[in-house]
Design a protein around this ligand. Structure first.
Ligand SMILES: N[C@@H](CCC(=O)N[C@@H](CS)C(=O)NCC(=O)O)C(=O)O
Length: 205
């Protein structure tokens, strides 16, 4: 696996959380955007030849191995970086981190998926929105009803970056978040480290 890797992502998908994690952690890395409609990289390479599953994020190591699940990519990047985005293995905090990461990856993120299907209309869309809001309510519970600015209650971690990007989709989808979830997003939007990393991501397109 090693430490040299290239990150494949898009600036509005879950892959963006990985760019932010790598950047905030001070990692030196190569990156390239992917067109998810054509599955071609910006330089025109068939993305399936890099990641047979075709999804971002993809962390491609110089030895040929890849990671392409957010749980793994974000944790790899957080562990490799120097910003404390993940707690040390074996500690109670590490298991809480995995609990948060598991929630975002298995509940929050997948709930949004169906809403990107333009054929989803009427009652089916309303049901999908209701499902998103149920998952967002669970997030608010993890945030102790809004008392926490970060999922771990102390500092920015990789699951916050992941949740931040996922919740940002509520804007183009026209979903109004409950106040505690909106306040969480607003707090992360104002976070200096996130702002700097975002600026770097935008500049590197
Ligand atoms: N199982 C992956 C899914 C990641 C995922 O849903 N990626 C989306 C963008 S947010 C994607 O690349 N979709 C296009 C595709 O799969 O072809 C994970 O949980 O990390």
């Amino acid at each position: 696996m090693g430490t040299n890797f290239k990150l494949y992502y898009t600036p509005t998908s879950c892959g963006a959380a990985n760019f932010l994690a790598a950047q905030i952690g001070g990692l030196t890395f190569d990156s390239e955007t992917v067109d998810l409609a054509t599955h071609k990289t910006k330089s025109g390479v068939d993305f399936y030849s890099i990641n047979p599953k075709g999804n971002v994020p993809t962390v491609a190591f110089s030895d040929g191995t890849i990671l392409n699940e957010n749980v793994a990519t974000l944790t790899y990047l957080a562990d490799a970086g120097n910003a404390g985005l993940s707690p040390k293995e074996g500690t109670p905090e590490r298991y809480s981190y995995l609990n948060d990461m598991g929630f975002v990856a298995s509940e929050l993120h997948p709930a949004f998926g169906p809403l990107f299907n333009p054929q989803l209309t009427g009652e089916a869309r309303a049901a999908a929105v209701a499902n998103v809001l149920r998952r967002v309510d669970k997030l608010v519970t993890l945030l102790e009803g809004g008392k926490r600015s970060f999922l771990n209650g102390k500092s920015l971690s990789a699951p916050d970056l992941y949740a931040y990007i996922v919740l940002s989709w509520s804007v183009p989808l026209g979903i109004t978040l409950p106040p505690a979830a909106q306040a969480y997003c607003d707090g992360l939007k104002g976070n200096e480290a996130i702002q700097k990393a975002y600026a770097t991501m935008t500049a590197s397109q």
